[in-house]
Design a binder for this molecule. Structure first.
Ligand code: T3D
Length: 257
């Protein structure tokens, strides 16, 4: 169905594998459109309770395909029409999103990993804010995410120096959730995403929604947003199941509704 990505749903986990391995999964217009469509598909599908991104071959994504860049390109327009909608589709997804970073994540590939809720880092992965090396500024929400994750001082260092950051260093900086050895990679990624896919999905979506409001609302306004969210969570079957399971001293079985 898709040309530049593989989209697969297994046991509640949708995987988007970026599949242009010869270019370390660099983005072209088709890939950006296909990712945006696949994320929307995952959002609509009630069977999907977790979304995961990964890369085919030895890279996660090397960012914009530089062979497609020409001097007449309006970069602002490319961001507004292509990268922006892709990043918004990820940010607006009210389901857990994991980047399983198998190799290098550079430029907008790094931005995509930063937009996810969790980053599982293969010990072989690395991270480069490569924009500066071609005279551009970090885009696709990169600085928004980066400053939230590591603060101004580190964000400026990573962006201006444009140096390659190892998986271990990324963990130390708080950029990634966990570093995983190559021998356990597939098993641990699948355990992690499988775990997320069994949690109360609606509550996760509401947690994500509330966190987005935390920086922008006053405390009073935030309490109201929280009350609205908790009202919705309180009406889910998963909430009933959670309480029932506690009373019956058993593990809850959440169905995501
Ligand atoms: O308008 C806009 O604003 C557009 C939005 C832009 C957002 C961006 O993402 S800008 C940043 C673009 N990305 C880069 O500048 C990164 C360029 N790539 C690299 O710096 C390096 O390739 C890496 C550090 C990512 C990996 O290095 P290495 O040594 O592991 O691999 P390599 O040998 O450089 O690359 C392997 C192949 O992939 C190679 O092709 P070949 O020689 O085997 O035929 C290389 O040309 C190709 N490749 C890697 N990155 C890209 C690419 N081809 C096209 N575009 C790429 N971004």
């Amino acid at each position: 169905m898709y040309e530049t990505i593989q989209y697969l749903v297994v046991d509640g986990v949708a995987t988007i594998e970026l599949s242009r391995p010869d270019k370390l999964n660099a983005f072209n217009r088709t890939m950006i459109a296909e990712i945006t469509a696949a994320v929307k598909e995952a959002g609509k599908d009630n069977n999907v309770r977790c979304l995961m991104f990964t890369g085919a071959g030895r890279g996660f994504s090397s960012g914009q395909d530089l062979a497609d860049v020409d001097e007449n390109m309006d970069h602002g327009q490319v961001l507004r029409e292509q990268y922006g909608p892709m990043m918004k589709s990820i940010m607006n997804l009210e389901k857990p999103v994991v980047a399983a970073v198998n190799g290098v994540a550079a430029g907008a590939g790094f931005s995509l990993a930063l937009a996810c809720d969790f980053r599982l880092a293969s010990e072989k992965s690395s991270y480069i804010n490569a924009f500066i090396n071609i005279g551009l500024i970090p885009d696709s929400g990169n600085l928004y995410f980066l400053q939230n994750l590591v603060g101004y001082a580190k964000a400026v260092e990573i962006s201006v120096l444009g140096e390659k950051i190892s998986a271990e260093k990324a963990k130390e900086l708080g950029l990634v959730t966990k570093v995983i050895g190559t021998e356990n990679w597939e098993e641990e990624v699948s355990q992690f995403t499988g775990y997320l896919a069994k949690l109360p999905t609606k509550a996760i979506g509401l947690i994500k929604r509330n966190l987005k409001h935390a920086d922008t609302l006053s405390f009073e306004e935030f309490l109201e947003v929280e009350a609205q969210g908790q009202r919705i969570a309180g009406l889910t079957k998963d909430h009933q199941e959670g309480v029932q399971a506690f009373i019956e001293k058993r593990k809850p079985v959440f169905m995501g509704n």
